[in-house]
Design a binder for this molecule. Structure first.
Ligand code: MF3
Ligand code: CO
Length: 253
């Protein structure tokens, strides 16, 4: 399958999916506090997604057992919710969620502080989010895909952190994962030309220490090899002739 250009009708559905997903994230953020379990977060997320008439994109995707990926501290992505995993003051928690609305997916991730966190942890969360917006400066028709990748990496490394290599962003639409793959680090060449109507999930994963990760025995949870903290920030984005439209962050339109 190759990269799909979405029709106006498809874009309208993806806008609605993104708007709902943004609301789900806002609600989830309010629930983050010391004492809540990662399973509680998943349960709430699942209920919220259903309450908007959507299906969770991730539940049962390649066997993933939850609606929300909840990744704490050195967990990079794809943490599996567990009632025994309780959030504590000082933790950071990445929430990754996807919804399907009338057959179309939206995918977004945010990293939150649990109570008071260290200055370094706060800086990691901020730099990760800011790196996404650095990438957005290049996310427009006529530019090339890897211009985004390069901008993200440059910003992250200038701030002393590192970009995960083993996981990438992706096209999105009728499927959660479509072409192209979108690395958050420099590639050979500039990659494909961006065209209006492309919808992309751009998702920097940033480690406070080295970029190396490995997978836990559960075959899902990705953790930093050096035990350093990791943060994740993602939105579903529509490429246009001008500014990108952040479908899962509609306030930015
Ligand atoms: N945002 C992640 C991704 O794009 C979420 C996938 S989790 C999975 O790959 F469980 F669905 F695989
Ligand atoms: Co994604």
């Amino acid at each position: 399958m190759s990269v799909t250009i979405k029709s106006n009708r498809e874009i309208e559905l993806m806008r609605e999916a993104g708007k709902i997903l943004c609301q789900v994230h806002e609600e989830l953020e309010k629930a983050i506090r010391p004492g809540i379990s990662t399973k509680d977060i998943d349960r709430l997320g699942r209920e919220l997604i259903k309450s908007y008439g959507c299906e969770p994109s991730f539940l049962n995707y390649n066997g993933y057992p939850a609606a929300i990926c909840v990744s704490v501290n050195d967990e990079v992505v794809h943490g599996i919710p567990n009632k025994k995993h309780i959030l504590h003051e000082g933790d950071i928690v990445s929430l990754d969620a996807g919804v399907i609305y009338k057959g179309y997916h939206s995918d977004a991730a945010r990293t939150h502080a649990v109570g008071e966190i260290s200055q370094e942890a706060k800086r990691l969360i901020d730099v990760t989010k800011e790196s996404f917006f650095e990438g957005m400066k290049y996310a427009k028709a006529g530019n090339h895909l890897f211009d985004i990748s390069r901008a993200i990496q440059k910003y992250v490394e200038a701030n002393g952190f590192s970009v995960v290599r083993d996981l990438v962003g992706h096209g999105i639409g009728k499927n959660l994962h479509e072409e192209p793959q979108i690395p958050n680090f420099k590639q050979i060449g500039r990659g494909m030309r961006l065209q209006p109507g492309m919808t992309l999930a751009i998702e920097p994963m940033v480690n406070a220490g080295a970029y190396d990760v490995w997978w836990l025995e559960d075959d899902w949870t990705v953790v930093t090899q050096d035990g350093s903290l990791s943060a994740h920030y993602e939105n579903t984005v529509l490429i246009t002739e001008g500014e990108p439209e952040l479908l899962s962050l509609p306030a930015f339109r």
